[in-house]
Ligand binder design. Sequence first.
Ligand SMILES: [Zn+2]
Ligand SMILES: [Zn+2]
Length: 367
Amino acid sequence: MSVDYYQVLGVAPDASAEEIKKAYRKLARELHPDVNPDPQTQERFKEVTIAYEILSDPEKRRVFDMGGNPMDEFADAFGFGDFMGAFFGGGSRGPRPRVARGRDALIRIEIDLKDAIFGADKSITVDSAVACATCQGLGTKNGTQPVTCTSCKGRGETQTVQRSFLGQVMMTRECATCRGFGSVITDPCSECASEGRVRTRQSLDFKIPPGVESGSRIQLVGRGEVGLGGGPAADLYVEIHVAEHPTFHRQGFNLHCDIQLPMTAAALGTTLTLETLRGEVELTIPAGTQSADTLKRKGEGVPHLRGNGVGDLYVHISVVTPTKLDAEQADLLKKLAELRHEESPEAVVSETSNGFFDRLRDVFGGR
Ligand SMILES: [Zn+2]
Ligand SMILES: [Zn+2]
């Protein structure tokens, strides 16, 4: 319970009034809620301010030096929030405007890979607010005007004088009668209950540009909610999530897919038709294609969202060894092995690149 106020300010117990003031100013600049609004800093700021209030007042400091707690009296004088308000938030701000800009909003949508690559026209339904057509945003009935608040005489705030050990302190608070507006709507619009805007569900059309990815945000300027008092409309942000595609995977601007190729076709070469996101393409498989070989199709990947250019499509090949051979097929393969002198192959340790370890290194970014 016994706080060392000297320690809080980081000054010696015999510090001069000038040193105390200097230490406090320095800390207050660092810890002021306007600079550093996080709760922990504000706690510290309170502590520092209390310490200063006590040590800067010769009478309070004397009580504290003698082991008393001048805070007891201080805490009784008024709540701390009021004290802080009196001390730091004392500036007059004037009445709050009735018209304000709406608040920006973020919605998330999921699209498929095809729409992400080629772009798309989308239509979504959003809950929003539009200006009240009945009162044109004024919030009043039949064109009546808000009347000046009698409690605060239009200032939007009320002031009271409180006595404390600091002397008389002027307290400024938002006027409770007019909620700070300085005027009161005595005859509110029945449609919007004086808000000047009404909630509504509306459909929104927009374009997804080609090349977006998960996390991309599209800003729809002025298509968010209308503000209080029919104020300017906010922006709406649409955040894109691209769903996984069953066969095509995106990596940066490139697309990847895997195809399986019978051993015979890999050895002899062939042409096959591949259904890509752009439609059917003819794939030429050269004779002697190996498992893990890759065919690159230039310009068939993802377009750059900004600027020109488009990525490539990589077709990764796995060669499938037949697992069920009938007698005739087995005979043919044995014959082939004989012709190629491969009946009893030796273990050949791979030294060429593109071996298993080279590929591992590629994957993990080594050289
Ligand atoms: Zn008022
Ligand atoms: Zn209205």
